[in-house]
Design a protein around this ligand. Structure first.
Ligand SMILES: Cc1ncc(COP(=O)(O)O)c(C=O)c1O
Length: 441
C-alpha cells in the first residue's frame, strides 16, 4: 500500500470542484456536506477521490462501513446474490437471507428471551416501527426520549431527535405525544439519580399508563458520543419495568461491534425489550432491524409491518457477510486496541490544552469535546477548524454534538494499526497547532 494519506492536489482537487459545481446545479441544497470531494474507490480504511488523493477514513460513512467500504467478503456475498435476483419484496414472495439475518439478530442481541426480528431499510424506519410495535403491544400513545438524543430525520423521528438546527428548523409541526426527559451527561453535571428522578416524575405526570416506549441510545451518537453516567441505563431499565413501558435501545450507531462489544448496552448488562440496528448491519447497503421480545414484536397484526424494500436480498447478503466478519474472535479485541490508541494520542491533550474538555467513548466510537475550560461554553469554532485542518491533511473526521463542538472518530473496525496511528498523529498535531495559533493571537 502507498503511504497514506497521499495528496496529489489541493483539497478539494479540480475534478472534485468541477463535480461539486454540477452537484450544486442538480441536487437539492438541503443536503449538507462534510468534505466536498468525490470518491472514486475505497480501500480497507481509505478513500481515494477523483483527483487521485487518498484519505484516511475516520468516519466510516457515519458508522456504516465498519468492515470497510470495499470489504471482499461483503462483495462476494452481494455478488453471489446479484447473480440470483435483486428483489422480490418479502411481503410478496419469501427468500432465505431475510430469515437468516433475523435468526442471527435474535441470537446475538442482548436478552435471554425468545425474540423476533423485523427488517427495514433505514435507521429512522426501524425507530418508527419500534414505536408502532410498542403502541400495538401496550395500547398506549406516548413516547419518552432523552435530551441530546438523535433518532433520525423522518417526521416522527425528528420529533424524537433533540437537536433543533439543522435537523428540525422549518419542518414542523411534528407528531405529538413525544416527551423529552433529561440526560445524564457526566461532563455537564448530569447525575444518573437526578435525571432518573425527573424522568419518573414525567412518567407520573403524564399518567402511569401513558407511555408506550422509552427510546434511548446507550451511547449517544449525533448528540456527542455521550456515555451516560453509570447507573443511568440500568435505572431506565427499572423505570420501564415499573411502569410497563417498552424499553427500546437504539443501537443504530453504537451496535454491531462498534464499541468493542457486539452491543453497547452489554457494558451496563441491560437488554432492551426491543433493540434497533442499522448502519453497520448492511455493510454499506441499506438495512435496518427491530429485534425484541417475541410477545411484543408479534403484537403488530399481519400486514401492519413491512415496506417494499424492507430487508432487500442484496442488503441481507451483505449483512450475512458482516456477521461472518463480526464472528472472527480477533475483531472485538482489535476494536478495544483502537480505543487504546485513540486514548494514547488524545488524553495527553487534556492537561496540555484548556479547551480540550473531555476525551470519551468506547471502542471505535470515540470523541473529543472542545469547551471553555472555566465556563464549559461549547467551542464549535475549534472543532470546525481542527476538523478542517484534518481534511486538508488527508484525514476524514466528523463533528457532532448538540452544540457542534465535538470531533468524533468512527474508524472502520478493521483499520490497519499503522493507518490509525498516522490519522491520530495528524489529528493530535492539528489540535495542538490550532490551540497554539489561538494562544498566540
Ligand atoms: C442512534 C441513531 N438512531 C437513528 C438514526 C437514523 O438512521 P438513518 O439515518 O439510517 O435513518 C441514526 C443515524 O445517524 C442514529 O445515529
Amino acid at each position: 500500500m502507498t503511504t497514506v494519506p497521499h495528496l496529489r492536489t489541493e483539497i478539494p482537487g479540480p475534478r472534485s470542484r468541477a463535480l461539486h459545481a454540477q452537484r450544486l446545479a442538480a441536487v437539492a441544497s438541503g443536503f449538507g456536506i462534510t468534505l466536498p470531494v468525490f470518491v472514486a474507490s475505497a480501500g480497507t480504511s481509505t478513500l481515494e477521490d477523483v483527483d487521485g488523493n487518498t484519505f484516511i477514513d475516520l468516519a466510516s460513512g457515519i458508522a456504516v462501513t465498519s468492515v470497510g467500504a470495499a470489504n471482499p467478503v461483503v462483495r462476494e456475498h452481494v455478488a453471489a446474490q446479484l447473480d440470483l435476483f435483486t428483489h422480490t419484496c418479502f411481503m410478496v414472495t419469501e427468500y432465505e437471507g431475510f430469515v437468516r439475518v433475523a435468526e442471527w439478530l435474535n441470537a446475538h442481541t442482548p436478552g435471554d428471551f425468545e425474540k423476533r426480528t423485523a427488517l427495514f431499510s433505514t435507521g429512522a424506519e426501524a425507530v418508527e416501527n419500534a414505536v408502532k410495535i410498542a403502541r400495538a403491544h401496550t395500547g398506549r400513545p406516548g413516547v419518552l426520549v432523552i435530551d441530546e438524543g438523535y433518532h433520525g430525520r423522518s417526521l416522527l423521528t425528528l420529533a424524537m431527535t433533540a437537536k433543533e438546527h439543522p435537523y428540525k428548523t422549518s419542518f414542523g409541526p411534528f407528531p405529538h405525544d413525544v416527551v423529552r426527559g433529561p440526560n445524564a451527561n457526566p461532563l455537564r453535571g448530569g447525575a444518573a439519580e437526578a435525571a432518573l428522578a425527573e424522568l419518573e416524575q414525567l412518567v407520573v405526570t403524564h399518567g402511569a399508563d401513558h407511555f408506550a416506549a422509552l427510546v434511548v441510545e446507550p451511547i449517544q451518537g449525533e448528540g456527542g458520543f455521550v456515555v451516560p453516567a453509570p447507573g443511568f441505563l440500568v435505572g431506565l431499565r427499572e423505570l420501564a419495568d415499573r411502569y410497563g413501558i417498552v424499553l427500546v435501545i437504539d443501537e443504530i450507531q453504537s451496535g454491531l461491534g462498534r464499541t468493542g462489544r457486539l452491543f453497547a448496552s452489554e457494558y451496563e448488562g441491560i437488554a432492551g425489550d426491543l433493540t434497533l440496528t442499522a448502519k453497520a448491519l448492511g455493510g454499506g447497503l441499506p438495512l435496518s432491524a427491530v429485534t425484541g421480545r417475541a410477545e411484543i414484536m408479534d403484537a403488530a397484526h399481519a400486514g401492519g409491518l413491512g415496506g417494499t424494500y424492507a430487508g432487500n436480498p442484496l442488503a441481507c447478503a451483505a449483512a450475512l457477510a458482516v456477521f461472518e466478519i463480526l464472528e472472527d474472535p480477533a475483531l472485538l479485541p482489535r476494536v478495544q486496541r483502537i480505543e487504546r490508541a485513540i486514548r494514547d494520542h488524545l488524553e495527553p491533550l487534556l492537561d496540555e490544552i484548556g479547551a480540550v474538555a473531555e476525551v470519551r467513548g468506547r471502542g471505535a466510537m470515540m470523541a473529543v469535546e472542545f469547551a471553555d475550560p472555566v465556563t464549559l461554553a461549547p467551542r464549535a469554532d475549534l472543532a470546525q477548524q481542527i476538523s478542517a485542518a484534518c481534511h486538508a491533511a488527508g484525514v476524514l473526521t466528523l463533528t457532532c454534538g448538540t452544540y457542534g463542538n465535538v470531533i468524533r472518530l468512527l474508524p472502520p473496525l478493521v483499520i490497519e494499526e499503522a493507518v490509525l496511528e498516522t490519522g491520530l498523529r495528524i489529528l493530535a498535531t492539528s489540535i495542538r497547532s490550532i490551540a497554539a495559533e489561538e494562544a498566540a493571537a
